[in-house]
Design a protein around this ligand. Structure first.
Ligand SMILES: [Fe+2]
Length: 270
């Protein structure tokens, strides 16, 4: 027997790199609770309302968690799904199904009660997790090739209720900008343009049906990765909306195998 052979008893204790030193869900909650206590929700809710359901904070996530997200990017890079929609979008995505497998810290962060409570205070809405089979519930978006971008759009809700998007900066070695227009759907309001380059650890939070936005094209030798969390007010979807949403996700984001993998699952929202 070779000296270098791994004893069978040790194999059970091997952990995936994404799991190494991973905080428990209680620890995540305690850390976020402490961090978010320093970000006064009433004032930020007022800012959010004034900006037509949009909030930007350039220093949001605790640094140690931002570093964990950066490590997660490395862990999931081989699983990136590239997409190209001529004239609208080019880039890579990693869906929640893949993150569950390769980056479980992200799944735990998404479910943090402290985070959800704070987002509820900002939005003024009762928030729910997106259904198990929604690949956007949490996902990483990769901009890695020159020209990667996404054109003007809304994060339209195909659910019966509202859909909120939270973006976190993870890696930004790029000139890409998140351009947006506030108040485009506020009656009698004048649209107000804005633009941010959100660095690692920064937060963008908005009502998907209210913020018109885009990400400008990546240039040579640049890279950008952002994390998105999606929360809803009613996780039910009508059958036709479900079909449209699935086709869009298959073509524009995650590929058919990821989107339809749970077809016929208990929620039937593959
Ligand atoms: Fe979007």
């Amino acid at each position: 027997m070779s000296d270098t052979a791994t004893p069978v008893s040790n194999l059970h204790h091997e952990r995936h790199p994404a799991d190494a030193g991973r905080p428990t869900r209680d620890e995540i909650d305690a850390t976020l609770h402490a961090r978010l206590a320093a970000l006064p929700a009433p004032k930020l809710h007022a800012d959010y309302e004034k900006q037509g359901s949009f909030l930007y904070l350039d220093d949001f996530l605790p640094r140690e968690y931002t570093e964990r997200l950066i490590a997660a990017v490395h862990d999931v890079t081989p699983a990136v799904n590239r997409n190209y929609l001529p004239g609208h979008k080019a880039g890579g995505s990693v869906s929640r199904h893949t993150l569950d497998r390769l980056a479980p810290f992200i799944a735990d962060l998404y479910r943090s009660e402290a985070l959800i409570k704070w987002l509820e205070a900002i939005s003024g809405d009762k928030l729910q997790l997106s259904p198990e089979d929604d690949p956007h519930a949490y996902a990483l978006y990769f901009y890695t090739r020159p020209g990667d971008h996404i054109g003007w759009h809304y994060d339209t809700s195909y659910y019966k209720g509202r859909r909120y998007t939270m973006l976190l900066g993870v890696i930004d070695d790029s000139s890409c900008r998140l351009d947006y227009e506030l108040h485009t759907r506020t009656p009698n309001a004048t649209p107000e343009p804005g633009s941010v380059q959100y660095p690692p650890g920064a937060l963008v939070f908005f009502d998907g049906d209210k913020l018109r936005h885009r990400v400008t094209p990546l240039r040579e030798n640049e890279m950008r990765v952002s994390l998105t969390f999606e929360y809803v007010t009613n996780p039910n979807m009508r059958p036709f909306q479900r079909f449209i949403s699935n086709m869009k996700d298959s073509i524009a984001y995650f590929g058919f195998s990821q989107v339809f993998r749970r077809k016929g699952g208990k929620n039937g929202q593959a």
